[in-house]
Design a protein around this ligand. Structure first.
Ligand code: FMN
Length: 197
């Protein structure tokens, strides 16, 4: 009763949703991913900086290049998922700030003219957006398999050779296949995780 969200939607997004390790052959369409992006783009980032970029790995050649960078145990998952997305941070996200935060165009230079703090802020906010993206995939009735088990330098070299983006997460996407889910591991209780001061 404390939650406004419909109980079925709560289950779809959280209680019954699992990280998927296997997938069926059912394709994931461009329209589905566009619907996911067009939903989650509204979730917040600092100064509305929106630094997440999504690279959809569809061609067999690109998939092969990605699989080669994945940790051994992750390779079968990325090989067999109908779609895999590389989530990355745009290190030059500030170039779009005057458009994204039009009422305060000075923010671009005041906060983000130096590369190191810009990368820290962009990485933090794009990581938030990566979490939103996983929930968006679930909202589309699809399962997500987020992974950080890969050679990050290798992925960056293969896919972001100009150095302007850095990988944050690789997400396998599709309908869950046979034995897709591991048993649910326990979560920290409210008492363990939440403090009131
Ligand atoms: C950021 C992130 C990185 C992860 N990396 C991997 C990975 O490299 N390989 C893998 O098999 N699972 C990976 N996982 C899956 C987690 O182990 C899984 O989401 C977690 O145990 C919860 O499982 P559940 O959704 O079934 O409850 C990753 C998950 C997240 C969110």
């Amino acid at each position: 009763m404390a939650l406004a969200l419909d109980p079925a939607a709560q289950d779809l997004l959280f209680r019954e949703a699992h990280t998927a390790n296997t997938f069926t052959d059912e394709p994931v369409t461009e329209e589905q991913i566009q619907a996911v992006y067009d939903l989650v783009k509204f979730a917040p980032t600092a100064f509305n900086q929106s630094p997440l970029r999504v690279t959809l790995v569809r061609s067999p050649e690109a998939r092969e290049r990605l699989v080669a960078q994945m940790a051994e145990g992750n390779r079968p998952k990325t090989s067999s998922a109908p779609l895999t997305a590389i989530l990355s941070v745009d290190l030059d996200f500030h170039e779009r700030l005057p458009e994204l935060f039009p009422h305060a165009p000075h923010i671009k230079d005041a906060f983000f003219s130096e590369a190191a703090p810009r990368e820290a802020a962009g990485t933090f906010n794009a990581t938030l957006q990566a979490g939103y993206f996983v929930l968006g995939v679930r909202a589309a009735g699809l399962a997500a398999g987020p992974m950080t088990g890969y050679d990050a330098d290798g992925v960056n070299k293969e896919f972001f050779g100009d150095g302007k983006q850095k990988v944050l997460m690789v997400v396998n996407i599709g309908k869950p296949g046979e034995g897709a889910y591991s048993p649910r591991s326990p979560r920290l209780s409210y008492e363990d995780a939440v403090t009131t001061v």
